[in-house]
Design a protein around this ligand. Sequence first.
Ligand SMILES: [Zn+2]
Length: 326
Amino acid sequence: MFSSRVFHERIRKDFFRRLFPVLFSVVLGGFPAFFASGGEPVPLPDFSGVRTMELLTAQCDLGTRIPGSEGNRQLREMILDLARKHGFTTQVLCFEATDPMTDQPVQVCNIIVSSGPEEGQRLWLGAHYDTRPVCDRDPDPELRSTPLTGANDGASGVAVLLHLMEILGANPPPQGVDFLFFDGEDSGLAGDPSGFCLGSRQLAATCRDFGNPLSQGTPRGLIVLDMVGKKNLQIPMEAYSLVNAPEWTETVFDRAAQLGLAAFVPLQGPGVYDDHVPFLEMGIPAVDLIDFDFPQWHTTGDTPEICSAVSLAEVGRLMLDLIYNP
Ligand SMILES: [Zn+2]
């Protein structure tokens, strides 16, 4: 994703034209095993942080996953293999873009995995599976051309989605769930937002086109998971989400509070240009769950060692509750 004060000012102006009243409630809760917003609560399947760490490490073992790379292709196959194993519908949507760093053409491929009933409301869960080509914020100048490992920035969100797919395969969900794996999120040049979020922009712009698997109506909401794996995870209410999709953002954070998940902080955080923004611009409710207070961001320090099964499990439990108690 991209973050800069100048850009925030610019996008804020656009977004404030469509400013909604910003309200949120803080609900304190214990640690119930299940929760429902209405009707009978449904016991949740277990979400394993340990298994999610395995899925995170397996991605990092592929090496760089920059668009067009062998690691990117192998991860795409890993995602598709897992989806097919559980009988889910898959679609790979590729397009040619210009690589912002090399100025060369590159193929960018979004993946959509659809599960659950075809009828009724749907939930969209997204994460970017590509990684940044360079560690351009590394404290050591000699390491700044090294490709990012992307344990937290990339693999963490994807790992949560992959483990959710395993759980949904064994426990059919009561609502349709579409998993959106974005490519080309993180190849932009620092200081220029136009090179970031290439895949999500393309998918948001085409999601209502005939034949697109996402074209069947507006979803209940999109949740983007980005940088959700670090130890001592603290996820505030990302500002663009809160301003442009206040009800959906509050729904997600209220549920986290009722589950007693300490990683979720129901206070407004910074605005980050991430994969949710193109969908907000299309009028689709979207919330970005991101801990942007991340010292290893775009450095060689973004490795599995700084990630935590405990953090991943908190995020996974919230997703399970939103899926099974719609
Ligand atoms: Zn990044």
